[in-house]
Ligand binder design. Structure first.
Ligand SMILES: *[C@@H]1O[C@H](CO)[C@@H](O)[C@H](O)[C@H]1NC(C)=O
Ligand SMILES: [Cu+2]
Length: 251
């Protein structure tokens, strides 16, 4: 009896984990690389080194914009044990393959990068200074929120183009689903960021200094965070996401 109730509790936990979505795989060119699988990697000892930053055995959301978790997901203190990056040429695409995403968790998909220090990405939390710059965002287009497009039309995938003029080097790519279904109330928005560790090759000479910090870039009262997504088409089209515009000068 005791054993089976533990099994039931574990099953309930796993289905809860599966409900929101995470990024177990990343596709670059024709290669599909392991991301972070919360159902296996999170329970493996020693912790595996993955190109997607660990998230705690949980794919729950972050609600507090000032939490340290907002940088790279729940458990941002859990860095990869060894240095690891995925190589991608500037101008190429990195596709985040989510395991799932619930339709109706309306919101934008936001993508930022930050250059890692010379020591590499795996020892760096990305939570100090203002190293982040926005590279791409998808909002409300063709009558649909970007998150619904990801879920319905794109088979839970989202393609991020690495700017072609970006200077070669190691970067964190912060890819984020922002769910607004509860965002009519302050504190009701749900953030689902993941960080992907990249070695960008080729490229140009453009080295953004960055203008955003996580935590810090978002405020609970930002109009793109405290937002009612049930006001209809016109209001949704006028929605302005948090984090400002795409960084100037990227190609
Ligand atoms: C990153 O890419 C450069 C080429 O630009 C290569 O020389 C280097 O070995 C790569 N580093 C890693 C860790 O893959
Ligand atoms: Cu949810």
């Amino acid at each position: 009896m005791f054993k089976s109730s533990i099994a039931v509790a574990a099953l309930a936990l796993i289905s809860q984990v599966a409900a929101h979505g995470y990024v177990p795989f990343v596709k670059i060119g024709s290669q599909v690389l392991p991301g972070w699988d919360v159902n296996t990697d999170g329970y493996t000892t020693p912790q595996p080194s993955r190109i997607v930053r660990a998230t705690k055995p949980d794919s729950g959301f972050i609600a507090d914009v000032n939490s340290g978790d907002i940088t790279c997901s729940i458990g941002n203190s859990k860095l990869p044990p060894t240095e690891i990056t995925a190589t991608v040429a500037a101008g190429q695409t990195v596709t985040a393959l989510w395991n799932t995403w619930p339709v109706g968790h309306y919101g934008p998909v936001l993508n930022y990068m930050a250059r890692c220090p010379d020591s590499g990405c795996s020892k760096w939390k990305g939570d100090s200074g203002s190293p982040w710059f926005k590279i791409q965002q998808s909002v409300y287009e063709n009558g649909q929120w970007a998150s619904d497009t990801l879920a319905k039309k794109s088979d839970f995938s989202y393609a991020i183009r690495i700017p072609s003029n970006l200077k070669a080097g190691k970067y964190l790519l912060r890819h984020e689903n922002l769910a607004l279904h509860g965002a009519t109330n302050i504190g009701g928005a749900q953030f689902y960021p993941v960080c992907i560790q990249l070695n960008v090759t080729g490229g140009g000479s453009f080295q953004p200094t960055g203008n955003l910090n996580f935590p810090g870039a978002y405020k609970a009262t930002d109009p793109g965070i405290h937002f009612n997504p049930y006001q209809g088409e016109a209001a949704n089209r006028a929605y302005v996401p948090p984090g400002g515009p795409v960084y100037a000068g990227l190609q």
